[in-house]
Design a protein around this ligand. Structure first.
Ligand code: ATP
Ligand code: MG
Length: 598
């Protein structure tokens, strides 16, 4: 029998795939019911058998823009659900009343969809927000109190911290630990009703102050915080702690595999403890979700802390969250990265249980691979100097132009050909001329012949310079009967081939040459000030010329977001914000070869 799950066999395995395959084979979650919406045990029991074979979730806090690290998590969570006939929930973890913004919510949804994923399945929209579960969380807290598993602690934060002990030293029980459930319940309700100051007391789980895992030494689960919440307004002045809220969110949504990064490993015993208590109390359906941890993405030359990325934006070090040098999804997109390249990257780096650094060239390599097969080719001159063919008038006639063409893509003839004109005056790269050629230099210098790609062979005769010694014109003569594609064109052998555009028909364009944002491979490692290693040359803006086929009427007319390979230069994208047909703006995505090597 063929099912979507057969796809699993075509992808390299990893420990998460093995866990899922084991659970599917063992039928671990086969008996679960799903009411079509998140809910407690009673709600879910009213539903039919869960149509999803597994449920995963992607749970960002809406407090910033997503970055390449999140993309890894998105590809893992949505990708596994897709591959195993499951569903991935898009959940905003908005239990913290501070730092919410609809700007972030919109950008996150946009990023996930752009990467190629969605949250609709089986007629249900799996787009949730954790703050919708506050009522249940409160009920769960009261249940823990009544069952003797939680108490209100009125010690100061400092006293609590001291009593917690440390790795070598067990903690000390709070004097409030032995209160009766009735006393605790009364006090917790006072907390809820606003009768106590912010920070004056907290609700704590009652577990074990001597546990070797400090997270089990009676962690705080509810705190008093007078803050207006974007969803619930002023309904609550107490809010659940993240470690309490997260397992409950997973359980209410019937998540089977809760996948997170390694720093949450120490929280897993509490995750399990809490869900065991709430399932044994009949509040949540059994079996509860399980948490599994994978290594976060560390990428060389890149920062993936939302706080530090925000600093770059607010200090004006970059032009915004979507600056093409930013590792945000919007930044990568504006830089010219494609969803295919990012998905390929996530697949290629795989999933492991130990932290490591991934070389930036791996990400770029994925992009080159995906663009190479589709991107139209074009010629562009980024640092132009004029080339004058001094015998043009004599050979071809004054003011004449010669039509040349080239394939849009060397391996996709069906995409047709680009047209451009050769004439007396052309633009070439300034670096393609040397008065005194260095050893091994095969391009233009007096007496040397080169081919102008898709055009003719020329012989350099010299250059004109201004008073400062800067070359203003390179001069050459055309070698007759050498036009590319005509019989005998190759009779004259040349070592160098250079790119060019015609002065008569080339289009001026702004070209933004981006380079790495940081000069150090691990800009923020070991508490280093990452601002100090900002690369002062990460952006160079030049005015160059591009061939006419990129213009509005051309065969490869450049529209915002279109990607191209500029021959010899690398991959470029028409800027999604600033590019127009009348005023073209291209961003360099990456060069043709890896430039990240040591
Ligand atoms: P902050 O930078 O503000 O601490 P965060 O990076 O943890 O936040 P969340 O919004 O909490 O951001 O992240 C959503 C999900 O993305 C989490 O499940 C988190 O584990 C995952 N994630 C975040 N950064 C990375 C990363 N570098 N590699 C892999 N997954 C990541
Ligand atoms: Mg976080």
């Amino acid at each position: 029998m063929s099912s979507p799950a057969d796809k699993e066999n075509t992808k390299p395995s990893n420990f998460l795939r093995q866990i899922i395959e084991h659970d599917l084979a063992a039928g671990t979650y086969a008996g679960r019911r799903w009411a079509g919406r998140p809910g407690d045990a009673t709600v879910q029991a009213s539903g039919g058998p869960d149509p999803a074979r597994i449920r995963t979730r992607f749970p960002p806090e809406p407090n910033g823009y997503l970055h390449i690290g999140h993309a890894k998590s998105i590809c893992i969570n949505f990708g596994l659900a897709r591959d195993y006939g499951g569903v991935c929930h898009m959940r905003f973890d908005d239990t913290n009343p501070e730092k919410e913004d609809t700007e972030y919510v919109d950008s996150i949804l946009d990023a996930v969809q752009w990467l190629g994923f969605g949250w609709e399945a089986h007629g249900t929209r799996h787009l949730f927000q954790a703050s919708d579960y506050f009522d249940f969380m409160y009920r769960a807290a009261e249940y823990l109190i009544e069952a003797g598993h939680a108490y209100v602690d009125e010690q100061t934060a400092e006293a609590m911290r001291l009593a917690r002990g440390d790795f070598g030293k067990p903690g000390v029980d709070s004097p409030f630990r032995t209160r009766t459930p009735a006393e605790n319940l009364a006090r917790f309700r006072e907390m809820r009703d606003g009768q106590h100051e912010d920070g004056s007391m907290v609700l704590r789980a009652k577990i074990d102050m001597a546990s070797p895992n400090i997270n089990l030494r009676d962690p705080a689960i509810y705190r008093i915080r007078r803050a207006t919440h974007h969803n619930t307004g002023d309904k609550w002045c107490i809010y659940p702690m993240y470690t309490f809220a997260h397992p409950i969110e997973d359980a209410l949504e019937q998540i089977t595999h809760s996948l997170c990064t390694l720093e949450f490993e120490d929280q897993r015993p509490f995750y399990d403890w809490l869900l065991e208590r709430l399932t044994e109390g009949g509040l949540l359906q059994s079996p509860p979700p399980r948490q599994y941890e994978f290594a976060r993405l560390n990428l060389t030359y890149v920062i993936t802390s939302k706080r530090k990325l925000a600093q770059l934006v607010y200090d004006g070090k970059v032009s915004g969250w979507d600056d093409p040098r930013m590792p945000t999804i919007v930044g990568l997109r504006r830089r010219g990265y494609t969803p295919e390249a990012i998905q390929l990257f996530a697949e290629r780096i795989g999933v492991t249980k130990s932290d490591s650094w991934i070389d930036y060239s791996t990400l770029e390599g994925c992009l080159r691979e995906t663009l190479d097969v589709t991107a139209p080719r074009a010629m562009a001159v980024l640092e132009p100097v004029k080339l004058v063919i001094t015998n043009w008038d004599e050979l071809h006639g004054v003011g004449t132009l010669d039509a040349c063409s080239a394939p849009v893509h060397p391996h996709l003839p069906e995409l047709g050909r680009r047209d451009f004109k050769f004439g007396k005056e052309l633009w070439i790269e300034r670096t393609d001329y040397e008065e005194v050629p260095p050893k091994g230099y095969n391009r233009l210098y007096p007496g040397n012949k080169v081919r102008l790609k898709y055009g003719h062979v020329i012989e350099c005769t010299g250059a004109v310079k201004d008073a400062a010694g800067t070359v203003t014109e390179v001069h050459a003569t055309l070698v007759p009967d050498t036009k590319s594609g005509t019989p005998g064109a190759d009779a004259i052998k040349v070592k160098g081939v250079i790119t060019w555009v015609g002065a008569a028909d080339a289009l001026p364009a702004e070209v933004r040459l981006y380079d790495r944002l940081f000069t150090e491979a691990q800009p923020d490692a070991g508490g280093k000030d990452f601002i100090e290693s900002l690369n002062p040359d990460s952006l160079k803006v030049v005015t160059g010329y591009v061939e006419p086929s990129l213009g509005a009427a051309g065969v490869i007319a450049a529209k915002a977001d279109d990607k191209f390979q500029f021959e010899r230069h690398g991959y470029f994208v028409a800027d999604r914000v600033d590019h127009t047909a009348g005023k073209p703006v291209f961003n360099r995505v990456t060069g043709l070869k890896d430039s990240w090597g040591k």
